[in-house]
Design a protein around this ligand. Structure first.
Ligand code: B12
Length: 212
């Protein structure tokens, strides 16, 4: 791994937010590509955090400080990540499913959508079906994006979709889902319109769905 990528990776892994910010800034200044930084260093660092947690080497506090370092790094990286290659407009209501507090991936999706020219209404984490419905009604959104990182909360995505059907809003919106445990077949199973494995593919997916 390139040395500056390695330094960012290490800083996130040990959860040093000051160092992470410093290293991200320095890499940007040296001309390093933002999406490379994210894909080759920052996301792999969070994956390693997950592995260490699974093996019992890391506990929740370590996971949390790494997540904070990651968020701080992303804040600096965000404006550089977004591309405006796809210029279709619309409103996206996004949130993490009820019971779930993971928001790094969701925030990345929000950033990419904003960068692609969409208006993004971010409802945060632990979002109930009612809150999604209310936001769709008040914003007239064309897209609902739901994130879930836990196998227990991914099931709630279906609750949101059922609620959209129940309230007569289902035909008005495209529903896309994502998060580590989500698969294409799960998306089909619960009646979502689309799934993307990573945030950078979300704008393209949404544009394709809205054009169809
Ligand atoms: C950081 C972290 C935390 C932090 C979260 C901080 C935060 N602000 O987000 C804290 C410490 C709070 C935490 C808590 C818990 N966590 Co946690 N956490 C993680 C960890 C290490 C990294 C997640 C992450 O940010 N990844 C980086 C981002 C960029 O990836 P991502 O979210 O997958 O997003 C990408 C794609 O999935 C996609 N995407 C994401 N959302 C969406 C949405 C749409 C619409 C689209 C299109 C795409 C998309 O785009 C992103 C990339 O471009 C994972 C391990 C892992 N491998 O995932 C465990 C992990 C998810 N956690 C886990 C667990 C068990 C927990 C706890 C239950 C622990 C506990 N006993 O309390 C709690 C649950 C709290 C809750 N109610 O939510 C388990 C889940 C196991 C399971 N099968 O359900 C994991 C897998 C760890 C493990 N290996 O056991 N966690």
């Amino acid at each position: 791994m390139d040395q500056s990528l390695q330094e960012i990776y290490d800083a996130i892994l040990v959860g040093d937010e000051t160092l992470t910010k410093e290293k991200v800034k320095a890499a940007l200044e040296s001309g390093m590509d933002a999406s490379q930084m994210m894909n080759l260093s920052m996301i792999p660092a969070m994956t390693e955090v997950g592995v260490r947690y699974e093996q019992g080497d890391y506990y929740i506090p370590e996971m949390l400080i790494s997540a904070i370092a990651m968020q701080q790094g992303l804040e600096i990286l965000g404006p550089h990540l977004t591309e405006s290659e796809y210029s279709s407009m619309g409103t996206v209501v996004i949130g993490t499913a009820k019971g779930d507090l993971h928001d790094i991936g969701k925030n990345l999706v929000a950033m990419m959508m904003e960068g692609a020219g969409f208006t993004v209404l971010d409802l945060g984490t632990d979002v109930s079906a009612e809150k999604f419905i209310e936001a769709v009604r008040s914003s007239g959104a064309e897209v609902v994006a739901i994130s879930a990182l836990l196998t227990t909360t991914m099931e709630y995505m279906k609750v949101v979709i059922d609620k959209l059907v129940e309230t007569g809003l289902r035909d008005q919106v495209k529903v896309i889902i994502g998060g580590a445990p989500i698969t294409e077949s799960y998306a089909q199973e619960i009646g979502a319109d689309g799934y993307a494995a990573d945030a950078s593919r979300a704008p393209k997916l949404v544009n394709a769905l809205l054009e169809a």
